[in-house]
Design a binder for this molecule. Sequence first.
Ligand SMILES: Cc1cc2nc3c(=O)[nH]c(=O)nc-3n(C[C@H](O)[C@H](O)[C@H](O)COP(=O)(O)O)c2cc1C
Length: 402
Amino acid sequence: MDERTQTAQPKAAGQAATDLLFQPYKLGPFNLPHRAAMAPLTRSRAQQPGNVPGPLAACYYAQRASAALIVSEATQVSMQGQGYAWTPGIHSREQVEGWRRVTEAVHEAGGLIFNQLWHVGRISHPALQPDQMLPVAPSAITPQGQAFIENERGEGQLVPFVRPRALQTEEMPYIVGQYQRAAKNAQTANFDGVEIHGANGYLIDQFINSKTNQRTDLYGGPVENRARLLFEIAEALSPIWGPDRVGVRLSPLGAFNDVGDDDPETTFGYIAEKLSDYKFAYLHIVNPALPAMQAGQEPDARALRMVDLIRKKYRGTLMIAGGFDRDSAEDWLKKGRADLIAFGRKFLANPDLPQRLRSRAPLNADDPTTYYGGGAKGYTDYPTLAQDRGEQPKACVDGRWR
Ligand SMILES: Cc1cc2nc3c(=O)[nH]c(=O)nc-3n(C[C@H](O)[C@H](O)[C@H](O)COP(=O)(O)O)c2cc1C
């Protein structure tokens, strides 16, 4: 060993030991060993018929159990809440059983997993709805873009969105009830907690953003009304799980799925402040600086101001996802912008991501052609460092998970 490697090695190890990313974190009742979480990732591989998470999903999540916390892929709370072919639900007995095998596998591997509860609202299509009904939304405004459905030949197909039906005020308790039942089902499935999916232009976000909400009842108009659905769901889920096992995901400044807000600072500032009162496990935001950081640019000033605003208004654990690598994650933690960093695509492609980050090992590149649908390829076959060194992959779909 020459002099350079002798000095370099202890330095690298010493650095990981002091990096905030690798410091433990107390998250409600959980002692997280570090601060690199796995972001929710839709993978569209639920078993058919019935949108049931199968043994491969158990394998996939167990492989990633070294995350500080796994947030599961978005999971529809009801048939009405589904917006894409082959995504899993948590409203039928078979789905709950399927998820139970997933959580068991994750727990056996030493991990923690929250279930992301999802209602897509207008980001759906009659082909995915019970009785081919229209998707529901705050207002009857057709989104730009296409829905992903299964055609008569059993293949995935993109089709234009349709004009959704505006929910009646009287239906709102029924929507909250869907989340309530799903949250109870998530308990039966032995999840460690739930994350309310209030981000990315789905139903809750459609209510929050002024562009998609033109209602004149108690759920439209001022932000107090537009955020009402989110808070009603928060109220309903808190006693089921206990607040410290509930998280909320938001995407301030987000435009995905054709949403937008006239005054996002006021809207998301209000929501972040009010959410603090619930003493939830965490608030999880999609990084508003994601587009810039992804392009390798400096985050734009408005995005950073939004992150600072949320940090100031939200008095609790803040998790951020979007565009992070090891160095930017560490930088943001050091600057106090967040307490936890969630990694999406890097976790998708690197089952042992925390270990790779800690040792500054190279990362597998993610393959976008296998994000959605299919089987093991691009799902459970990304190699670990141990496999890179020649170890055989662990047999993961065994008799118990089948
Ligand atoms: C394939 C894929 C599926 C995703 N599915 C979800 C999802 O189910 N729920 C969600 O809130 N975000 C979802 N996202 C967004 C991610 O959670 C994350 O915010 C985004 O990938 C940015 O983080 P990254 O740069 O670390 O990948 C998805 C992203 C990708 C690439």
